[in-house]
Design a protein around this ligand. Structure first.
Ligand SMILES: [Zn+2]
Length: 398
């Protein structure tokens, strides 16, 4: 079922450079929003867009009790894969479809959700839709974030027909979410309880999430003295690109030293002319690992080495998923499912930090690779995921 749903999306945002690029509030993502509304309507669900741009498809919205929510996100990173996000939304629709077809009726409201701007691919801050909803990000800060063209989030929302004045903490909606289960493509080859690496290593089609590693993003801005590359002696230069290069190497050295993950995947050099010594250079550090003290220590080591302080752009502490809900999910799928940590952040983590009982289901990704066209799920594994999600909804909302 999910392969049919995902095939409906396969052309949307197809990037000539490979994979799909589906940035928040841009053309491709708006097409996905239409797809969501059509799919939901086809299943007889009531669709609404909340103030933060998250999409909700309700089944039995007027039933008593809090909602049991399933879903994920639809946006992608630049040249991302087909599964990160859409697999969770498509699986949620497939679960609702199979329950409807079987004549089953919920006893509490069920919602399929697609959170807005999960990847932060355009405005640089991940999980914006869920973070705004829970109040983890101030609306003014979010709305003034800019993309590479200098467009603010507020302007992008307005252009897409969404009123940015509606953005912000939505306590009423948050209180309505009784539990959230996010199904997601597996990312990486994380250690599975029995010592195997990843679900492929464990030989299992699905798993449950144990925790999300603490992770943060920092920016370091280095300034230089801009000048002509052909007329300035090497000894006279203040070149921020050299310092940036040193910083990048330091991130890797410190990460190895501390046994965590540290990455520089984004740099900015201004003005960016081939024949000019740069006026400024910035690098972004993404650091994460099991131990939050080590993650912070990596940044401190890089700061000391460069003699400059970084600017913290985001920090998320270790996120533990709800043990009772995870036990329910495990029982619903027949018990004895491998559990693994997540090195990636998710909307489920944001909701969990806001006090919502949350669990995650991972579908085996044989390559382990994500945020890339190499990301993959076999159709039969995706169907195992749908069957699991269906069983979870049946158990939790029956
Ligand atoms: Zn994702």
């Amino acid at each position: 079922m999910t392969d049919v749903l995902l095939s409906e999306l396969s052309d949307v945002g197809r990037d000539p450079a490979g994979g799909v690029t589906r940035f928040a509030w841009a053309t491709a993502e708006l097409e996905l929003r239409e797809w969501f509304a059509e799919r939901a309507a086809g299943l007889g669900l009531d669709v609404e867009t909340d103030g933060n741009g998250n999409l909700w498809a309700w089944w039995g919205a007027s039933l008593p009790g809090t909602a049991f929510v399933v879903g994920s996100h639809l946006d992608s990173v630049r040249s991302g894969g087909d599964f990160d996000g859409p697999l969770g939304v498509a699986s949620a629709f497939a679960a609702v479809e199979s329950l409807t077809a079987s004549g089953w009726m919920p006893s509490r409201p069920i919602a399929v959700v697609a959170f807005a701007d999960e990847e932060g691919g355009r405005f640089g801050l991940a999980c914006l839709g869920s973070r705004l909803l829970t109040g983890a990000v101030e609306p003014a800060r979010a709305l003034s974030l800019t993309d590479d063209d200098g467009t603010t989030l507020a302007e992008a929302m307005t252009a897409a027909g969404h009123d940015p004045r509606r953005v912000g903490h939505d306590a009423e909606r948050l209180a309505r979410i009784g539990a959230f289960v996010e199904l997601h493509i597996e990312q990486g080859r994380m250690p599975v309880a029995d010592g195997a690496r990843g679900l492929a290593g464990a030989g299992r089609p699905i798993g449950v999430a144990r925790e999300i590693w603490p992770h943060g993003r920092w920016r370091i801005d280095l300034t230089g003295v801009p000048d002509h590359s052909g007329t300035t002696a090497l000894a006279d230069r203040v070149d921020p690109v050299l310092a940036m290069a040193h910083g990048i190497v330091e991130v890797r050295r410190a990460a190895e030293d501390l046994g965590i993950l540290g990455t520089v995947g984004r740099v900015r050099v201004l003005p960016g002319a081939v024949n000019a010594i740069a006026a400024s250079a910035s690098l972004w550090i993404d650091a994460r690992g099991e131990d939050p003290r080590r993650v912070r220590e990596l940044v401190a080591q890089v700061e000391r080495s460069l003699g400059i302080e970084s600017a913290l752009e985001s920090w998320t502490d270790v996120t533990r998923f709800d043990a009772a809900l995870t036990a329910d999910v495990t029982a619903a799928v027949g018990g004895e499912v491998p559990s693994l940590p997540s090195g990636a952040g998710h909307d489920a983590g944001v909701l969990s930090l806001a006090g919502v009982p949350t669990a995650m289901l991972f579908v085996r990704n044989p390559t382990g690779v994500s945020h890339s066209p190499e990301e993959h799920a076999e159709g039969s594994d995706a169907e195992t995921g749908v069957a699991a999600l269906t069983a979870v909804v049946r158990r939790m909302a029956g």
